[in-house]
Design a protein around this ligand. Structure first.
Ligand code: DC
Length: 216
């Protein structure tokens, strides 16, 4: 039977970094589900669609080809979009796009397909609850809004993405609300998740805590 580690949590809580390290240490395939929604958002922008074009976005989400390569690149219809899906434009529309029910259905199907037959660590908002409810290990990774905005700000500065700390904080706060109030696939806390507040923890401490739980 395959080993499945599921991590949910709000934007900037460190899920991506932690999943990356965990995948290497525990020999798991890392699946970043947020990247799949980001691909739909980028495809919508590339096709000059706005958030009003729901039917077209749904149709697009069923047609596009999304792949994660072994060298950790994200391909959208065979094109490398690893950096493009992190742009300000994509980030500002991805949450409402991920609220479209039929888009979620298409992405959940794809995410389950990606996890099939592999040992995986999968991170997102609804992994422990909807996508892989039978996961062997379930975590909810959290941090305060201030800390998460600071982390994103640093990441963006390193990548040369031009956004002020205030803009980032506002974007994360909006996404938090949206991600926690979806009709389906909302980010929620459950008794089955191990809750980790990473506000005052280093990445290494978070990873070690998770490994402790996994090895228990
Ligand atoms: O993790 P991220 O910031 O790259 O995710 C981008 C958006 O996708 C986020 O605002 C919420 C949405 N998302 C989701 O609804 N369900 C997931 N499993 C992962 C992400």
């Amino acid at each position: 039977m395959s080993k499945i580690v599921a991590i949910d949590g709000p934007a900037g809580s460190g899920k991506g970094t932690v999943a990356e390290i965990l995948s290497e240490k525990c020999n798991l395939i890392n699946i970043d589900t947020g990247a799949t929604y980001r691909c739909v958002a980028l495809a919508a922008l590339n096709n000059n669609l706005t958030l009003d074009n729901v039917d077209e976005i749904v149709e697009l989400s069923g047609k596009i080809k999304i792949e994660f390569t072994p060298d950790k690149r994200v391909l959208l219809d065979n094109k490398d979009v690893t950096d493009a899906i992190r742009s300000k434009e994509v980030t500002s529309i991805v949450s409402p796009i991920s609220s479209i029910l039929k888009v979620r259905e298409n992405m959940v199907k794809l995410q389950r397909e990606m996890a099939k037959n592999y040992d995986v660590v999968m991170e997102g908002r609804d992994i422990t609850t909807v996508v892989l409810p039978n996961a062997n290990y379930k975590f909810y990774l959290d941090a305060t809004l201030e800390e998460r905005a600071n982390r994103r700000y640093k990441q963006y500065q390193e990548k040369g993405i031009d956004m002020t700390l205030e803009e980032i904080k506002e974007n994360i706060s909006k996404r938090d609300y949206n991600d926690m109030h979806k009709e389906v696939g909302s980010l929620i806390r459950t008794d089955e998740q191990v809750y980790i507040d990473s506000t005052n923890m280093t990445i290494e401490e978070v990873v070690n805590k998770m490994i402790e739980v996994i090895e228990e």
